[in-house]
Design a protein around this ligand. Structure first.
Ligand code: NI
Length: 169
């Protein structure tokens, strides 16, 4: 099966993903595909629903596609503590042609399993915290455009429907 990055309004992106029960060959291949697609599309984070798999798996590499030095895999990640507030510009490989300012927690602590099945707890702020919140949102069927104002959202939906069907007025 050749996986690819899917985009809004694909319904897989809009429903909560299932927890991973067993880290097996299927998950190894999924992570490999996600990592490849994340780098190919020049992203720093990707969630499994973005490649059409409704599972709680996230890949992150803040060093970026040109360095590929900090790949981290999070299985069933959960935010266990959050504080502060920060607003930054966000985009998403699954939301075509749009970026917007989004307000999120400034610092978070998460628990997850790594690919070896070990429990890990990690805390941080800055880009890491924003990226993890964005990706964990994906696992809950939420996109960054669910955080913007109704007016901005309506304008985006209108633009998108024209792109998807240029015959529409
Ligand atoms: Ni995204």
């Amino acid at each position: 099966m050749t996986r690819k990055v899917i985009s809004y309004p694909n319904p897989v992106l809009l429903r909560p993903a299932k927890p991973v029960e067993q880290i097996d060959e299927f998950i190894y291949v999924l992570v490999k595909d996600m990592t490849r697609l994340m780098y190919e599309n020049r992203g720093i984070g990707l969630a499994a629903p973005q490649v059409g798999e409704s599972l709680r798996v996230v890949t992150v590499d803040l060093s970026g596609p040109d360095n590929q030095e900090e790949l981290t895999v999070y299985i069933n990640p959960e935010i266990i503590h959050a504080e502060g507030e920060v607003t930054t510009e966000e985009g998403c490989l699954s939301v075509i042609g749009y970026q917007s300012r989004v307000t999120r927690f400034e610092k978070i602590k998460i628990s997850a399993k790594n690919l070896e099945g070990q429990e890990v707890v990690q805390e941080g702020e800055g880009l890491w915290a924003i990226c993890l919140q964005h990706e964990i949102d994906h696992l809950n069927g939420r996109l960054f455009i669910d955080h913007i104002s109704r007016l901005k959202r309506a304008l985006y939906e209108k633009k998108l429907s024209k792109w998807l069907d240029p015959k529409k007025e």
